[in-house]
Write a protein of this length. Structure first.
Ligand SMILES: NC(=O)c1ccc[n+]([C@@H]2O[C@H](COP(=O)([O-])OP(=O)(O)OC[C@H]3O[C@@H](n4cnc5c(N)ncnc54)[C@H](O)[C@@H]3O)[C@@H](O)[C@H]2O)c1
Length: 252
């Protein structure tokens, strides 16, 4: 296999072993990158290890609560120690809890800010420090179309995704002189555990599909190409972007 993306032997940490993180980690491993995946959920990590073995690729895993600053920094340092550096960092950790803004209790606000935004801050800051020192790095956040559109019942989720977009842009500006790019992809509704129960509500899937010019919802595989490109040596002059991967959802 040619190495057009320049990912072979790159050291990559993926935060989040859910639908999107797992697809990204397996794709990176298939490109020949050395991959570590961190998640709070041990079972998901075990399942991902099995999937990797079935595909004949290797990846390491690490259990970490990335909302905790200390644990997050240890996970990044541990990955860099195990992989012999850190070239790529993908943040694919997140949660949602859909309620009207007036009915969202403090603890739900706090939890979504912790999981979606603070985990991104702690991990990307630690990854960025190593990459700035090394003079090379690729950081990619998984944001959402909700960082742009005003979806009802998404107040904390949308606020954290808007926060991730601006975190991405400021880190991109600060670290550009050091060979480190920082970008985000912003998916529309993608079929993973995060959206399954919601999309299974009567009529919901049809109504969501109706909002997408491409006429279907996304899959984790739809995100892999953009994620690999932004993780690769080929995207050296692309930084501070939020790339919508949404079948045109944000066009209408
Ligand atoms: N699925 C979609 O429709 C969609 C759309 C737009 C954006 N996104 C974003 O993509 C990212 C990944 O979502 P997904 O669809 O793969 O969801 P998912 O629920 O399948 O995966 C999320 C992962 O985050 C992990 N996680 C949660 N709290 C954690 C913590 N404290 N420490 C470490 N890991 C933790 C979970 O264990 C899980 O493996 C999220 O940021 C999500 O907001 C998803």
């Amino acid at each position: 296999m040619t190495d057009w993306l320049g990912l072979r032997d790159r050291a990559a940490l993926v935060a989040g072993a859910g639908g999107i993180g797992a697809a990204a980690a397996l794709a990176l491993a298939r490109q020949g990158a050395r991959v570590m995946v961190a998640d709070v959920d041990e079972e998901r990590l075990a399942k991902l290890t099995e999937q990797a073995a079935e595909l004949g690729v290797n990846l390491d895993t690490r259990v970490a609560d990335l909302t905790d600053a200390e644990d997050a920094r240890k996970a990044v340092a541990g990955a860099a120690a195990a992989l012999g550096g850190l070239d790529v960092f993908l943040h694919a950790v997140g949660m949602n809890d859909r309620r009207p803004a007036l009915e969202t209790p403090d603890e739900v606000w706090q939890r979504i800010i912790d999981v979606n935004l603070k985990s991104a801050v702690w991990t990307a800051q630690a990854a960025g420090a190593l990459m700035v020192d090394a003079g090379y790095g690729r950081i990619v956040f998984v944001s959402s179309v909700s960082g742009l559109l005003a979806h009802a019942h998404h107040a904390p989720y949308a606020a954290t995704k808007g926060g991730v977009n601006q975190l991405c842009r400021v880190m991109a500006r600060e670290w550009a002189p050091h060979g480190v790019t920082v970008n985000a992809i912003a998916p529309g509704y993608t079929e993973t555990d995060l959206t399954r129960a919601y999309l299974d509500r009567p009529g919901m899937r049809e109504s969501m599909v109706g909002l997408v010019p491409a006429g279907r919802l996304g899959t984790a595989d739809d995100l892999v190409g953009p994620l690999l490109f932004l993780s690769s040596a080929r995207s050296a002059f692309v930084t501070g972007h939020v790339m919508y991967v949404d079948g045109g959802r944000t066009l209408v």
